[in-house]
Design a protein. Structure first.
Length: 298
């Protein structure tokens, strides 16, 4: 059987950007699990940064004619002019791209969502989630005498941000992984104003409880199902998380269960990846794209 080639069209590697981490981790998982697939990163920023996840880069001159390109949702059109395109929506359209960017995509493109983004049932959403978990993050059993917070993309999800963290809290901006490990191990609570940053899972793995301000018109169960790391689980409350400050007692009692859910994601990654590869290699798999365009077109 002839080897297939998959190109992941991605920005230069940034270790603190969740969406970029997922793209590079996807390359690593495909390379690790499929001997008959040649997978590469096409870095459209041309930074070609060597990293500890996946550094198999390719340029336009080396790309074979027969290939499948995976584009993140921020990419308009088909820059590599591939015959088969996959659109991987890592964040809700309109947040980092134009809300109607899908109109620049081909009608035969395959569309996959990393999350439902609002937790509500939506037949046009075809889920494919993988979660990158850096093994450096763990609970070191240290004394917790502080708190921390992050703003990040909060303004994209809240009309008005109500700040509830203590004044002396440590702000998480762009610290290294080693610095994050230290901070989350000396802090008891992480006030996370960006409800969809992967930092909340990192904090929980380190034993620091994430506190997420409630989103307008989104219940805790809907928020749970909109989080890519929990959307497949048959639960109604997120263990170890406090969705709204009033759920803090529950979060403290269930932190161990929350950690276990995140650690179990490795198995789920493999299951989701197998189904994803099966679908994108299937020439007859088109239902998902048609539903997406029919439901979104004006």
């Amino acid at each position: 059987m002839e080897n297939k080639t998959i190109i992941i069209y991605a920005p230069g590697f940034i270790k603190n950007c969740g969406g970029i981490l997922i793209l590079y981790y996807l390359g690593y998982l495909i390379d690790k699990n499929f001997e008959n697939i040649n997978v590469y990163i096409y870095d459209f920023t041309n930074k070609l940064i060597k990293n500890n996840i996946f550094s198999k880069y390719i340029n336009k001159k080396r790309i074979p004619n027969e290939n499948i390109v995976i584009y993140p949702e921020i990419i308009s059109g088909n820059p590599l002019k591939s015959k088969k395109c996959v659109r991987y929506i890592l964040c809700e359209l309109g947040k980092h791209s134009k809300s109607d960017i899908y109109k620049s995509w081909g009608r035969q493109d395959l569309v996959f969502h990393h999350s439902s983004f609002n937790g509500k049932k939506n037949n046009k959403v075809n889920l494919f989630s993988i979660i990158y978990r850096n093994p450096i993050f763990k609970d070191l059993g240290e004394k917790r005498e502080n708190n921390c917070f992050t703003i990040r993309k909060a303004n994209k999800f809240y009309k008005k941000i109500e700040y509830i963290h203590p004044k002396n809290s440590i702000e998480i901006i762009n610290q290294s992984h080693e610095e994050l490990l230290k901070i989350f191990n000396k802090c008891k609570y992480f006030y996370c104003y960006d409800p969809y940053t992967g930092l909340s899972n990192i904090a929980l793995l380190c034993g620091c409880i994430p506190i997420i301000p409630k989103l307008a018109n989104i219940s805790e169960e809907e928020y749970l199902k909109s989080k890519s790391s929990f959307q497949y689980e048959n639960i109604k409350k997120i263990p170890g998380y406090s969705y709204g400050i009033e759920n803090l007692e529950y979060a403290e009692k269930t932190i161990k269960e929350g950690k276990e859910l995140i650690l179990n994601q490795d198995k789920r990654n493999c299951e989701n990846l197998l189904n994803f590869i099966k679908n994108i290699l299937n020439p007859n798999y088109k239902e998902n794209v048609l539903k997406y365009f029919i439901n979104n077109s004006n």
